[in-house]
Design a protein around this ligand. Structure first.
Ligand code: GDP
Ligand code: IMO
Ligand code: MG
Length: 439
């Protein structure tokens, strides 16, 4: 019997590694019939570039620029209907009508307008305690909390006559929570703002109803039986996983490939390659410790400006750090990544660069990844020569500068005891700006 498989793309750092671009490129060779989001929500911002057209996908999977590719939003995703409808209309104006090939799981979870306010309310509470996470304010935490508490609305509910009743019960519960945030912490949203948000949300739900809401698990399993392959699109990254990231400075979903099975409704035997995506350096947005952060502000600014390191979802400046091999080895172990994409190898704005190879806690070098990253008091680094802009747009291995070549050989060597290979290296934001690396 013919049988298809699922390959997975996940970030191995703190997000924004360039997953969207890599997914777009992987899909362009005809090996996959569809691409599926399995977790997260509109906190994701995946940038696609095609000539002069740029699109940032928050809910719509990164196959939207490829006309034959089916786009699935799995049951593990928390769906912000307002964002989804906006993305669909943005894509239309770019010349891509995605609705005929977009499938939303009836079991996906619905982000409500009040989840967004609750996200802001809890950040306000945390700020007072000095423990702010710096969320994307997309309602992710409160929605996943409601999933676990078994009171969330499912996307399939919008088609049911019971929707109004269920929504009223949940909204009442949320309004009571907001009252608590007002009473206990002084956080208040003006009534008019809530009313406006509700109207906008209900309008988006009307549009959502017109989309293909179905059993995505069934649809994907059918494709696999037909011998077709699917690409699973990770959002966020391993270091933001709710179980294995730097808790509580994480997102609220499991970002690891293990969650593909639960977030799409497919067996683990369907999984094949795990593509892990990294940058040649590291970035992070939001709060929490970031051990490999560049200590020299001027150098960090150079990387930030050259790499345009501002959040695709929130516009916030990203912190920049050196490549962190200690965290990378942890992420490879957890994800089982067997192939690695390295992006942003064109950005290296320093003559001398560093690589973090270990963490220290009070002068003691750690063997295991620490429970909390704020336990890391120092890092072990190794120095390498930088390469400036020398590799911008390089598409052939023969044209790669000697500094970047030795950097890539160095990384591969440092990972030689793990079953993983660097397969391609990005040298610009366009999907064809990369070279294959098959040492
Ligand atoms: P994602 O969330 O992992 O999909 O990544 P984002 O889209 O949030 O951020 C990656 C940013 O880097 C986007 O602006 C991309 O256009 C850009 N990008 C991706 N790969 C490269 C690369 O190799 N070089 C450069 N200069 N930019 C890249
Ligand atoms: P992509 O898919 C980078 C970060 C937020 C915050 C923490 C929790 O584009 O790589 P949340 O809104 O999820 O409750 O925020 O996680 N975060 C991301 N950082 N890239 C992302 O997605 C992110 N999604 C969430 O900045 O620190
Ligand atoms: Mg992003």
């Amino acid at each position: 019997m013919k049988k298809g498989f699922i390959d997975v793309v996940v970030g191995l750092q703190w997000g924004d590694e360039g997953k969207g671009k890599n997914i777009d490129e992987l899909l362009s060779h005809g090996a996959y019939s569809g691409v599926a989001r399995f977790q997260g929500g509109a906190n994701a911002g995946h940038t696609l570039k095609l000539g002069d057209r740029t699109f940032v996908g928050h809910i719509v999977p990164s196959g939207c620029f490829q006309k034959g590719i089916e786009l699935y939003v799995g049951n593990g995703v928390v769906v912000d209907a307002i964002s989804l409808i906006k993305e669909i209309s943005e894509l239309k104006s770019l010349g891509f009508n995605v609705t005929p090939r977009l499938y939303i799981s009836n079991r996906a979870k619905l982000v409500s307008y009040l989840h967004i306010f609750l996200d802001q309310a809890d950040e306000y509470r945390r700020k007072k305690l000095g423990t702010q996470i710096g969320t994307t304010s997309r309602g992710i935490g409160p929605t996943y909390s409601d999933v676990r508490a078994r009171r969330v609305l499912l996307v399939g509910d919008v088609l049911s006559p019971d929707f109004t009743k269920k929504e009223a019960i949940l909204s009442k519960f949320h309004m009571n929570l907001l009252k608590m945030y007002k009473k206990e912490y002084g956080f208040e949203i003006p009534e008019q703002k809530i009313k406006e948000a509700r109207t906008k949300w209900l309008e988006a739900l009307k549009e959502l109803k017109k989309l293909k809401i179905c059993d995505v698990s069934f649809s994907i399993q059918k494709r696999l039986r037909e011998g077709k392959n699917i690409l699973a699109e990770g959002a966020q990254a391993v270091m933001l996983d709710v179980d294995f990231g730097d808790y509580p400075n994480v997102t609220s979903s499991n970002t690891l490939p293990a969650n593909v099975c639960l977030g799409l409704g497919v067996p683990h035997t369907a999984l094949k390659n795990i593509y892990g995506v990294i940058k040649a350096y590291t970035t992070k947005v939001g709060s929490g410790s970031f051990p490999s952060r560049m200590k020299d502000d001027k150098i960090e600014k150079l990387f930030r400006d050259a790499g345009n390191e501002f959040g695709a979802t929130t516009g916030r400046p990203r912190m920049c750090g050196w490549l962190d091999l200690f965290a990378l080895r942890y992420a490879i172990g957890l994800s089982g990544a067997n192939k690695i994409f390295i992006n942003k190898a064109d950005i290296c704005l320093s003559d001398k660069i560093k690589v973090v190879t270990g963490y220290k806690q009070n002068k003691k070098t750690l063997k295991e990844f620490p429970l909390y990253l704020n336990q890391v008091t120092d890092v072990v680094t190794e120095n390498m020569p930088g390469w400036g802009y020398a590799n911008y747009g390089v598409k052939s291995k023969r044209k790669v500068s000697k500094e970047l070549t030795s950097y890539l050989n160095y990384i591969q060597k440092k990972l030689s005891d793990l079953n993983v290979k660097i397969v391609s290296v990005g040298t610009g934001p366009d999907r064809d700006q990369f070279f294959n690396w098959d040492n």
